[in-house]
Design a protein around this ligand. Structure first.
Ligand code: PLP
Length: 367
């Protein structure tokens, strides 16, 4: 079976480096928020071109921490997309704020600027922009629009490690960018992990306290914080995996380019190509098909795994059924949820794996 992710196929030298890093941490006797975390934070800030990076427990907390550090909570509205991991919306709910769902652009799966405008109210405090599937689009324009509207731009970069727009990394356009290092992300830990990147020293300072019980100095707690710390083991492993990220990203782009060239099936559509070279890091390669479930079954029968991102848009999940949304509805997100399918696109795919995926998709005939 050609899998959506295949960590066991990663290079032996990476596996050896991770084992050595683990031994180093075990021997160090220091396990949470220490020198390994500081080292990784420095490296990830550099990769993102930001002044600050704070390691946290996961990507969802990263979003919640940014919102809380901005003072966004009960009574405040945060506009976001219903076509995302549930965690994006859950972070808004956990901060005590109200999510407001705008519709997507069917060609990319990303938020529609026109729909976002229809969602603005006097209570709008932030736009949580999700770089879905690893693509960034129009970030300079979004940043300008948010500034003029007096709305904070928060970037959900959980799928967009190393994606760049106008030469700048995802996460460096908004007041902050939230990253996840869940194992399946483009940069993944061997467990949970996340980070906030920001240019704001003030925001970084607040998040450094909020992630650690709201503590300013040992046993002094001026803020109602959380426990959302990155551990030394994950930070050391992430630093090793970061060395490989540029090469792995190049390989994802190669696989995606092969699919764009060679997938030819009138029943299967591709999403729009990115409008800038570095704008897409292909966390997922998503096609759309009116007979999506039959396509998925056909792929499985041909030995190709596939997954749906996402089968139920967030506004149709139980905790969000009565939440605010575009007055014109969310038809593009609802249609996308019924038609989208993610096919394998990871750095360990071989040439013959790519051939097999292409043949499997191209040989599909809808009933
Ligand atoms: C994975 C993901 C998250 C949540 O990250 P966790 O580390 O799993 O908490 C948030 N947003 C998006 C778009 C994601 O893909």
């Amino acid at each position: 079976m050609i899998l959506m992710n295949d960590f066991q196929a990663e290079p032996q030298s990476l596996r050896d480096a991770m084992a050595a890093a683990s031994s180093r941490v075990i021997a160090s006797g220091w396990y949470v928020l220490g020198p390994e975390v500081q080292n990784f934070e420095k490296q990830w800030a550099t990769a993102c071109g930001t002044e600050h990076c704070l390691g946290v427990a996961n990507g969802m907390d990263a979003i919640e921490l940014v919102l809380r550090a901005l003072g966004i909570g009960p009574g405040d509205e945060v506009i976001t997309t219903p076509m995302t991991a549930f965690a994006s919306a859950l972070a808004i709910l956990r901060a005590g704020a109200t999510p407001v769902f705008a519709d997507i652009d069917a060609a990319t799966g990303l938020l529609s600027p026109a729909s976002v405008r229809r969602c603005v109210s006097p209570r709008t405090r932030a736009l949580l922009l999700v770089h879905l599937y690893g693509q960034v689009q129009g970030l300079s324009e979004w940043a300008d629009w948010c500034r003029e509207a007096g709305i904070a731009l928060v970037e959900d970069c959980a799928q967009a490690h190393l994606a760049r727009w106008d030469g700048r990394a995802a996460g460096s356009f908004g007041i902050a960018g939230a990253y996840s290092f869940y194992p399946t992300k483009n940069l993944g830990a061997i467990g949970d992990g996340g980070a906030v990147v920001t240019q704001s020293a003030e925001l970084a300072h607040r998040i450094a306290q909020l992630r650690n019980y709201g503590q300013s100095e040992r046993y002094v707690h001026p803020l109602v914080g959380m426990n959302s710390r990155l551990d030394e083991l994950q930070a050391a492993l992430l630093a090793e995996r970061l060395r490989w990220l540029p090469e792995f990203t190049t390989r994802r782009r190669y696989v995606a380019a092969a699919y764009c060239d060679r997938l030819r099936n009138p029943a299967v559509q591709l999403l729009a190509a990115p409008s800038q070279d570095e704008a897409h890091v292909h966390h997922l390669f998503v096609v759309t098909c009116n007979s999506r479930d039959a396509l998925s079954a056909h792929l499985k029968q041909q030995g190709v795994q596939s997954l749906i991102h996402y089968p139920i848009p967030v506004h149709q999940q139980t905790p969000c059924l009565s939440t605010l949304r575009d007055p014109q509805g969310l038809p593009a997100a609802e249609s996308h949820a019924q038609r989208c399918l993610s096919i394998p696109c990871h750095p360990q795919l071989s040439e013959s794996d790519i051939d097999r995926v292409v043949d499997a998709v191209n040989s599909f005939v809808p009933a």
